[in-house]
Write a protein that binds this ligand. Structure first.
Ligand code: GAL
Length: 713
């Protein structure tokens, strides 16, 4: 799928006149651009009136690009229906839970279940593939744009009916639905399918199983839109790969299901430059993207060269940061680096978003960086077949995410991503490569599997974990895991019932702590750590305690446990440890499970490795504003500079090296990152000006799940 590292960006020729197109292709050549995405929001130009299509201008553009060595990700334009469409079919506009119908004039203003939208989308996609399916420039189908961005759920009457049909398919009968939803609670028993509606505004908590099914349905409704386009594109061009651009850990869509349908995972990523942990968060996100198609190369479809314009205050990527971030994507399995967008718009709501060619043209710092990166990437093509090898997997399941945060819980401030991030950071700091895995996936390749807050556990997951541990795997989970089944019904018989055998413990009761409350744990080795948020009364039934609570009514009872099961081990953590405690625990279980770690790199340096048979590429990335001198983690040739590397390696501020080595050469490191020194101003620290903290420390201060995570969009 990749014969060279793809380099380029979203290109909107419809916003410019044909003279500018000529300049564009010339500049693309100058910058080493070999791929652009076209057509993304061009519906109004491609079908100016219902049923009248005009592809001539796009053909001119694609021909021109191809003549200049640029191939295309051809987008289906369905992410923004033209005004004539919304005007003709007002009932296709989406309805929010409170009944508000959104207007057109922006983008993504359509109900996924609207038959008119679906029909017109199929029509334009069919025309597009008929028109361009055999064009030699066509490298990849870019289906729609960021499904379920801006809003995900439509509550219109058409969607209500679609939800009922979806439920009929899932359950077959109302008896089965009533059983699964537990509708005897609060007199919710349904006697007619027509009585069922989405969980819209209600006096108090909705039925959790209904809500969970609504979220499943919402993801599936958009997936159906995607599938309809896939069917058409595959029918005409079975040989052209297709993708749709994903967004972060995007809650509304179950990306496991989505990734199965596409040939390539692609991602739009806009880290906040002002966030001192941006590189750790992108590392985690990139690891997810790589994992969604089980290690296959993925494409960074969009990123900013400098700044976005949709945050309240849009900070700038400093010189060198765009380049460094691009290398980070390659280091974690991407085979292409692309941007939103090629040329900064002169009108429209994104005109102040950065681009490869800015308003000032080419005499700019950004253009120089774009050109330099383009020329460097040409030297990196040898690494295309390289893959990441991970010994640790984190279980991540959208259904669990929806259910865990669905309300009505003992601690409704138990939010998954901040806690997942804290855990990930402990691995990141130790140079441990991490994959994400679905809980029902084959886990046998991993030495250690971590399941943070895996609240919802299907029968298949329970069997999978049992098998994995029995056969020698190490499994770790923590409080409020293994609580409910796929219908959000409690697994009875002592928490966490589905993992009880593997963990060798049962939990009699849990106790969320007050804001000001905390506890301590003492390890068998005599170390003490603070904990807060949640404590439990844990009973051992085969497991041993690795750390006991020290205070309150649980004093002397286990907080962290280990259990030998079959040939493997099950670990359980029944509280929220502070940063040092979490660090101790991760270190402990990684050592015991034989996971390779390394945390002796200079501050701010991250290393990863891509491997292909005997060949490996070691990425050394310096996130600090200072140059670093370090022992080279591997000997070989730095593909960026072309220089031999061995002995000492010097990296400039935000510098990068990609060392091509033999995989069996000595001294290779395994994983990701080291401590990162971060300077953040603290109030009252005027004299010192800044306070220096370590990555993990900062993270722990954000990591109690009490709303300190900024969830954008
Ligand atoms: C993406 C989107 C692009 C553009 C970009 C701006 O989410 O796909 O069309 O809006 O954000 O950052």
């Amino acid at each position: 799928m990749f014969t060279q590292i793809a380099y380029g960006g979203d290109y909107y020729p419809e916003q410019w006149n044909p003279e500018v197109w000529q300049e564009d292709v010339r500049l693309m050549q100058e910058a080493g651009v070999n791929r652009v995405s076209v057509g993304i929001f061009a519906w109004a130009r491609l079908e100016p009136e219902p049923g009248r299509f005009d592809f001539s201008w796009l053909r001119q553009v694609i021909d021109l690009l191809w003549e200049h060595g640029v191939s295309v990700n051809l987008a289906t334009p369905t992410a923004s229906p033209p005004p004539w469409f919304s005007h003709r079919y007002p009932e296709s506009l989406p309805v929010m839970a409170d009944g508000t119908r959104l207007w057109h004039g922006s983008r993504r203003h359509m109900c996924p279940n609207s038959p008119d939208y679906r029909r017109h989308a199929r029509e334009i996609v069919t025309r597009l593939v008929q028109e361009f399916g055999d064009h030699p420039a066509l490298a990849l189908w870019h289906v729609d744009n960021e499904y379920a961005c801006h809003y995900a759920e439509c509550h219109c009457e058409v969607s209500q009916a679609a939800f009922r049909r979806w439920l009929q398919q899932r359950y077959g009968s109302l008896e089965a639905l009533n059983e699964a939803w537990g509708t005897d609670f609060w007199s919710q028993v349904y006697r007619d399918w027509e009585e069922i509606r989405s969980p819209g505004p209600m006096p108090t908590l909705p039925n959790p199983a209904q809500k969970l099914d609504w979220q499943r349905f919402t993801s599936d409704a958009w997936l159906e839109c995607f599938q309809e386009q896939i069917d058409i594109l595959r029918e005409y061009t079975p040989e052209i790969p297709l993708t749709t651009n994903f967004m972060r850990f995007h809650r509304p869509l179950d990306y496991w299901k989505w990734a199965e349908r596409e040939d390539l995972v692609s991602l739009d990523d806009y880290p906040e430059p002002d966030d001192p942990l941006w590189m750790a968060r992108t590392a985690m996100l990139y690891d997810l993207m790589r994992s969604l198609k089980h290690g296959q190369p993925w494409l960074l479809m969009e990123q900013a060269t400098a700044h976005v314009n949709w945050r309240e205050h849009n900070t700038m990527k400093r010189p060198g940061v765009m380049r460094l971030g691009s290398y980070q994507a390659l280091a974690r399995g991407a085979n292409g680096i692309m941007f939103f967008q090629w040329r900064a718009s002169k009108s429209g709501s994104e005109k102040f978003h950065s681009a490869m060619v800015s308003h000032a043209g080419t005499g700019t710092r950004v253009w120089r960086e774009v050109k330099e990166l383009g020329s460097e990437l040409k030297r990196l093509n040898p690494l295309l077949p390289g893959r990441i090898q991970a010994e640790v997997a984190i279980l991540f399941d959208w259904e669990n995410w929806w259910a865990l945060e669905g309300g009505g819980k003992p601690a409704n401030d138990l939010v998954l991503l901040p806690r997942l991030t804290d855990l990930y950071l402990e691995l990141y700091r130790r140079n441990i490569s991490v994959d994400f895995a679905h809980p029902e996936a084959d886990l046998s390749a991993y030495k250690l599997v971590l399941a943070p807050h895996l609240y919802l556990v299907s029968e298949e997951t329970a069997r999978n974990i049992e098998r994995y541990v029995a056969q020698g795997g190490a499994f770790w989970t923590n409080f409020f895991s293994g609580m409910v089944d796929s219908s959000e019904q409690v697994w009875l018989g002592g928490y966490p019932a589905p993992f009880r055998k593997v963990l060798g413990v049962w939990v009699e009761e849990y106790a969320p702590l007050g804001e000001a409350e905390s506890n301590r744990v003492k390890t068998v080795g005599g170390k003490e750590f603070a904990c807060d948020f949640w404590i439990e009364r844990i009973h051992l039934e085969g497991a041993e305690s690795l750390a006991d609570f020290c205070e309150d009514y649980v004093a002397g009872s286990p907080a962290v446990t280990r259990h030998r099961y079959g040939k493997g081990t099950g670990y359980y953590l029944g509280t929220s440890l502070d940063r040092d405690g979490l660090s101790w625990m991760v270190e402990h279980i990684c050592r015991e499970s034989g996971v390779q770690m390394r945390a002796d790199l200079p501050a701010g340096v991250e290393c990863t490795r891509r491997v292909n048979g005997e060949q490996a590429w070691v990425f050394v990335l310096n996130y600090s504003k200072q140059p670093v001198e370090m022992q080279a983690p591997a000997a070989g040739v730095d593909l960026i500079s072309g220089e031999e590397v061995g002995g000492m390696l010097r990296l400039e501020p935000y510098g990068a090296a990609v060392i091509q080595v033999k995989a069996d050469a000595g001294g290779l490191i395994e994983g990701a990152a080291s401590f990162i020194e971060i300077h953040i101003p603290t109030p009252g620290d005027a004299a010192a000006g800044t306070a220096c903290v370590h990555l993990g420390f900062l993270c722990a201060s954000r990591g109690n799940g009490r709303g300190t995570w900024r969830d954008e969009d």
